[in-house]
Design a protein around this ligand. Sequence first.
Ligand code: AMP
Length: 430
Amino acid sequence: MRLLVIGSGGREHALVWKLAQSPHVTQMWCAPGNAGIGEERLARNQASVECVNIGAEDLPAVLAFAQEKKADLTVVGPDNPLALGIVDLFHQKGLRIWGVNRRAAQFESSKVFSQKFMGKYGIPTAAAGTFDEASAAKKFCALLGGHCVVKADGLALGKGVLICADVTEANRAVDAIMVNRVFGAAGARVVIQEFLEGIEISLHALCDGKTAKLFPTSQDHKRALGGDLGLNTGGMGTYSPTPFLSEAQLAEAGRRILSPWLKGCAAEGIDFRGVLYPGIMLTKDGPKVLEFNVRLGDPETQVYLTRLESDLVELLDASVGGRLDKMELKWSPMASVCVVMASGGYPGSYEKGKVISGLDAANALPHTKVFHAGTARSGDRFVTNGGRVLGVTAWAKDLRTAQAEAYAAVEKIHFDGAHFRRDIAAKALA
Ligand code: AMP
């Protein structure tokens, strides 16, 4: 099979790395990819993965490339091309593509859509309301005593969520989003949720329109600094599995969330073939959905794919073809930890072009893989080229060992200004 992978982050490097291990793959491209992706080779024939300079959101160019190269399957990593309708476009041209169509992508591109859907189909979530008018929104915040979360409806680069402690803050948040439009058009409507206390985890399920197969649990670390301090980021590290849900509790959460969700999709005629990734709060009243994403998490993918034993090409093909009921997702019992190394200043402004050393030494460690995110080539050297630079991932028989090994690999890698959290997976080991 000839595969085209869309995207350029750590998630896409992990996808390429895992897909390249499949004996089905004879040729692979990544648009636009990154410097680490260009180093991967296919298990079947040792061919290099080729990065092509096409942006993930340049749909006409991606389509033309897939047609020219006769790609048998295109695999979409990030959410933006999905929300833009890349899957619908490929289907119109008769091309095979993995990822959700534009209608299904609404679960992520519209928080109002998701919240209404959860209410309609009885999916456990926070007490919430949806509003297109500021004064009604403020009244609802007051009903919640002001301790609430105000969320812009549309995609806002992960920033459109304001957590409020009291009525004054809530009113200010509604004004910022709905009146002053600090997140632009994304703030024309809002979701307001009660503030939920608990531990936050990520769930993922691979879906084919009828069947949803749950992954093990994982936990992201969204804040920039140790102890969950500092600004929100795209994610500073992950580990899997988490100790906060037993296998039985995970299966129960899956039933309570995925069964009504699948029923709702069928009732609404939403053909969801891709990954559903609900953000979950484990509250004293059980797991509740905070939001839905419609693609693999980054950096959750890095820990998941280092634990996945099944052939990923076969799984994605079954997801596209509606055959997931016949497939088994086999997971290694090992634990996996991913520590993100970021540019100094991230998630604020940062410099690019810093030389990265020690990658070979880190990758030479057993059960260790350094996934690239914001990297580029400069001559024969790797240099930084983004906020999140690397996802240093190690897997081992237990979480403590995996954590120690991930940090041992991190210690081998250097670039000017590198910053990373020293407490990835620490909560699970406390
Ligand atoms: P979201 O993009 O909706 O997942 O929100 C971003 C982050 O805000 C989440 O990862 C949570 O940490 C926090 N958050 C969102 N909704 C709630 C809520 N209802 N209660 C407490 N925290 C929340």
